[in-house]
Design a protein around this ligand. Structure first.
Ligand code: SF4
Length: 348
């Protein structure tokens, strides 16, 4: 069932960029830039889950760190609950950061191995002076209970837990400051398939219980489908498609999304043989291809694609695609004919 969304976004991201300078040689004056994130625009409504998907290196984790204010952007704005974080001083941003928490992919490396579970979950509350003594103990046990852990787990250390349990500890810690937005950076990628579903269900339950808003980052479409209301597909630092979850899965309009859907594993060997799989590697973000960055791998690429970068455009209501020839149910030949006759009309 579709959620009823309020009409004022909790988060707005405008023109967000993160470029890293790299030198092409000891004596070279030409500075190249790796465009990790290259001009993102999106918003997230309160209570919504916006999924981000794309291959490793497409910039989705960098985007999460920019939104969480762990990285400084090269350009662009992050507006949270009406406050423009890009224009605030560091101490004000620190206050707002309590509302923006991250859950990491690898809970083992994000949890201090020398701290007990109690201390790991209690630390943010102590740092912000929010609880001590009996109240602190009550609060930590309440958080552990919320993520399905008990009092008997509190005195143990991270290495004594399975991957799924460690992720539960990471989620309890992220919840400690009562955040409003949680950025889940591939929280299930490192887990067994059987455990992934449990963590996704837990995140959904917690969303309802604590009125949370999520940005959910993953490289596989199946896990984003399970949890997201809308999905943004990223390629080489940009959003190439953004739509409601059902719409994206049933009517993908960008050839890259189509290829990602084709790559979802299916058990039927006959169907597997018929599928068109994505060829080639993600291009070097320091030297992206001309025009549409996807053109060297796109089965529909035409001359225009090599020359001009397509803009993210709303082709159907709420369905945005950055492609000169979005897959709208018309064959590419028909679309190319239309383009050609439009060109003829213009040149007359
Ligand atoms: Fe493919 Fe051209 Fe669309 Fe890029 S603009 S995705 S190359 S059809």
């Amino acid at each position: 069932m579709k959620k009823q969304m309020p009409n004022k976004p909790l988060l707005q991201v405008k023109g967000l960029k993160k470029h890293y300078p790299i030198s092409s040689g000891w004596f070279s004056r030409n500075k190249q830039h790796v465009r990790a994130v290259d001009g993102l625009d999106f918003s997230v409504m309160p209570g919504e889950t916006l999924g981000f998907v794309g291959e490793s290196g497409c910039g989705k984790s960098t985007m999460g760190q920019l939104v969480a204010q762990l990285l400084e952007p090269t350009a662009g704005e992050v507006i949270f609950d009406g406050l423009n974080l890009s224009q605030m001083n560091a101490s004000d941003v620190r206050q707002v950061r309590r509302d923006l928490q991250l859950v990491f992919q690898d809970p083992y490396s994000s949890l201090n191995p020398r701290m007990s579970v109690f201390d790991i979950v209690a630390e943010p509350l102590q740092v912000h002076g929010l609880a001590k003594g009996a109240e602190l103990k009550r609060e930590v046990l309440r958080l552990l209970d919320a993520v399905g852990l008990g009092e008997h787990h509190a005195g143990r250390f991270p290495h004594e837990f399975s991957g799924g349990q460690r992720q539960r500890i990471g989620i309890a810690r992220a919840l400690a400051l009562k955040p409003r937005l949680i950025i889940c950076d591939e929280p299930v990628s490192a887990l067994d398939v059987s455990i992934q579903g449990q963590i996704l269900n837990l995140l959904k339950d917690l969303q309802e219980q604590f009125q949370l808003t999520y940005i959910f980052i993953a490289h596989g479409l199946p896990s984003v489908k399970h949890i997201s209301d809308r999905i943004a597909v990223m390629y080489l630092g940009k959003i190439v498609e953004l739509a409601e979850q059902e719409e994206l899965f049933s009517r993908p309009a960008h050839p890259y999304t189509e290829a990602l859907l084709e790559a979802v594993p299916i058990p039927d060997p006959e169907m597997r043989r018929q599928r068109k799989l994505l060829s080639g590697e993600l291009p070097n973000p320091a030297n992206p291809p001309s025009g549409c960055a996807f053109h060297p791998r796109c089965p529909y690429a035409a001359e225009l694609c090599r020359k001009a970068a397509p803009k993210l455009t709303e082709h159907r209501q709420g369905h945005w695609t950055a492609c000169h020839f979005p897959l709208l149910g018309e064959s590419l030949d028909v679309q190319l004919d239309k383009e050609a006759s439009a060109g003829e009309v213009e040149s007359r």
